[in-house]
Ligand binder design. Sequence first.
Ligand code: TYM
Length: 334
Amino acid sequence: MEQTQERKKRIFSGIQPSGELTLGSYLGAIRNWVLLQDTYECLYCIVDMHAITVRQDPALLRRRSVAQLAQYVACGLDPQKNIMFIQSHVPQHAELSWILGCYTQFGELSRMTQFKAKSQQHADNITAGLFTYPVLMAADILLYQADLVPVGEDQRQHVELCRDIGQRFNSVYSDTFVLPEAFIPKMGARVMSLGDPTSKMSKSDPDGCVFLMDKPEDIMRKFKRAVTDCEAAVKFDRENKPGISNLLTIYCAATGKTVEEAQTAFEGQGYGIFKPAVGEAVVELLRPIQEEANHLMSDKAYLEGIYKEGAERARYMANKTLTKVQRKIGFVAR
Ligand code: TYM
């Protein structure tokens, strides 16, 4: 497409305000977003429509959506450089999602790992929304003709499905969507739980999860209690030492050191030294972010200005794609 060669490459990503932001979402996603903001045209979304695929407390959802924006900015996302908005403020997401749902197979959605996991977790409330969640995610990405989607490893399957849906549509109706690629970091793509290092760090497991806004003493406590093994060697070995390997990954992501440098630094020292050192590195990493986020939360008008302007710009861009899609599939022009 001629237009795509001229324009800056575009990025889209989002996080659900279904809980507080975690160290996993920071290292797996947001930190990368900050690095991309100077090179790409970036849209970063607070995906509240995805969050309601499991039951939410309305007051908490509202508060978290705004707090998440404050935390995006505090992490270093510049509102002048990035379009930041709340998903439900751009109705084109829901409209395109319906259309794309008609180009997605039941079997494809049934194979999604996140659906399988979440439907086990919420066995008493497996909604149609939970099932069609990846279609809404595909709509998010395809609406903006995004080239890259910076996410953690767990979202790779959803981005691949998005490509498949986009490609299917393109082959039926001629080129309409840019086909996006997942952009996954080398370090931090899969931060594991501190309580069970064989499963992903996730906001639904508060003990194994460090939250971006956790108090320093809570962070230290969580790291001191992190599950490791009964040897005493600080050595990276994902297979046999998943706990220590996860702590090394976090330590390196927080300090910028390589795994080899960290292993040398802690050679001959026990876990009693290593675990608090990882905690301290994370406390220092998060301290300036927490201070800035707390400061921003006292200025609601500023945050409102960002998400309102973001939504206006996003609606304009989204509408271009949606109109094209509607025309191609045979809807009468409005
Ligand atoms: P969500 O809200 O579960 O997670 C947000 C982002 O954080 C990453 N992440 C992790 N990375 C490394 N280690 C972890 N333990 C960890 N936990 C979370 C996720 O990979 C993700 O990048 N479906 C998405 C939200 C979404 C979206 C989109 C993303 C909706 N529409 C369009 C990109 C583009 C989700 O549930 O992320």
